[in-house]
Design a protein around this ligand. Structure first.
Ligand SMILES: [Mn+2]
Length: 446
């Protein structure tokens, strides 16, 4: 179990080398990059919270522990330096295994490992004469001020030169762009995360029956995630029955599922730090009522039509606009709005029932890194990008203008897609969304 990074050290080595080539392209002079995880485990009195490594640090090292810092010195022979916690038998007795210095040297393929307590001394020395520091400010104020002090000290150590402090260039967008384009290996991990996520949704559909509590459905869903090999959730599960589904970030999951209501679940499992993000809606008690079915199919139609658009060259904004147009049309059909589609879009009337975006990048973080616009323009899709397609319709329960039969309805249908050279691959197609399929699971529990 404690034998180095998941998937093998080569994956991480390749990523580090790729980052170095990006950094040297961006700063021709002397530069250093610093990436730190949280320096202390967050503690709430005596409760020790589960630690998840910072996504970008994990991406580049595979090292899972807190208080880890990666320093990249592109022009040196010791290009990759890792600072880690030392082994400590007493702390390990309480808190668990640590790789320590030897373990980090043995398994993580870097050029040099130091105890994290030597970070300041070692890196201040390295910062002498450096013109550019690649670092993301504002992750941790204490660490930020440490870095700023080190820059000042390094400058003073270099003697009078008349030069200012090294410039700080945000490293996040640079790594963000790398993470946006998934390699074959990453796609396989993400596919597995999506398969597990779909299995959890199916388990929840089967379990759902009138009068169970939302958190009980959540237990089934998340138990299936773990049974299938997911260590943790990609984000807090939304399990929202009835009008709770109109609350976009409902996570209390405390109500009882009533016969004849619908249940919206937005949940995803993580697999090797990549996460699925699926939303499905299931009728409580087996079948959709007539208005429910009509409403659900309106969203489904738009969602499928959005997925059909996905291919290189199309912009995320085009897909969003397509969703808005389709949903506005459906709002007219359902009697939620009156008028004509063009005018309603122009006046943003649709926003009343469709107040969110149609998708976001997906990867190590559920809302993954990567730029959405380039030079102010929505960027074009390229092979290797992964994102969500998730149109929805939400009718507030107290909306007197809406037809009575739809009040309190919230339907969102969300899949995850991988852009391929010719179109896209739907990674979450194992999660049923056709009315007949969903009803079959919900009816028979099988
Ligand atoms: Mn999403």
């Amino acid at each position: 179990m404690f034998n180095g990074p998941f998937g093998g050290v080569e994956i991480y080595k390749k990523r580090r080398e790729k980052l170095v080539s990006k950094l040297t392209r961006q700063a021709s002079d002397s530069s250093i990059a610093i990436l730190a995880s949280k320096l202390e485990q967050e503690r709430n009195h005596d409760v020790h919270h589960y630690y998840r490594q910072d996504s970008s640090l994990y991406y580049l090292t595979g090292h899972p522990e807190p208080e880890t810092v990666l320093v990249i010195n592109p022009k040196s022979k010791t290009k990759f330096i890792l600072f880690v916690r030392e082994k400590d038998p007493l702390r390990e007795l309480w808190d668990g295994f640590r790789y320590g210095i030897d373990g980090a040297e043995k398994y993580f393929g870097v050029d040099k490992v130091y105890p994290v307590k030597e970070f300041k001394a070692v890196v201040t020395e390295l910062l002498k004469g450096v013109d550019t520091l690649f670092y993301h400010l504002n992750e941790d104020v204490h660490f930020d001020s440490k870095i700023l002090n080190m820059l000042e000290e390094a400058k003073n150590l270099s003697g009078r030169s008349g030069r200012g402090l090294a410039q700080i260039v945000d490293i996040n967008p640079i790594i963000g762009e790398m993470r946006l384009f998934k390699t074959k290996e990453e796609i396989e991990f993400l596919r597995k995360a999506c398969d597990i996520s779909a299995a959890g949704h199916v388990a929840a559909m089967k379990f759902l029956k009138p009068n169970v509590y939302e958190y009980q459905v959540q237990a089934e869903l998340e138990a299936e995630f773990k049974r299938q090999g997911s260590e943790r959730l990609g984000y807090n599960s939304i399990v929202a029955s009835g009008a709770n589904a109109t609350v976009l970030h409902y996570i209390t999951n405390r109500d009882q599922c009533k016969d004849g209501d619908m249940l919206l679940i937005d949940a995803g499992a993580e697999y090797n730090f990549l996460t699925g993000d699926i939303t499905r809606v299931t009728p409580v008690g087996g079948g959709f009522s007539k208005p429910q079915r009509r409403f659900y199919e309106a969203v489904l139609k738009v969602q499928k039509s959005c997925i059909k658009m996905v291919k290189p060259g199309v912009r995320l904004l085009d897909i969003h606009n397509h969703a808005i147009e389709g949903l506005t049309h459906e709002m007219l059909e359902l009697g939620l709005l009156k008028g004509n589609v063009k005018q309603l879009i122009l006046k943003r009337e649709f926003f009343k029932y469709y107040p969110h975006g149609t998708g976001h990048w997906l990867g190590m973080d559920v809302h993954d890194t990567g730029l959405y616009t380039i030079d102010g323009e929505s960027r074009k899709l390229e092979p290797g990008m992964c994102f969500t397609v998730e149109p929805g319709l939400y009718v507030p329960i107290k909306d007197k203008n809406a037809p009575k039969e739809y009040r309190g309805f919230g339907v969102r249908i969300e899949d995850n897609v991988h852009v391929t050279p010719k179109g896209c691959d739907v990674l979450t197609s194992n999660a049923p969304k056709e009315v007949e399929e969903v009803e079959l699971y919900a009816n028979t529990g099988q």
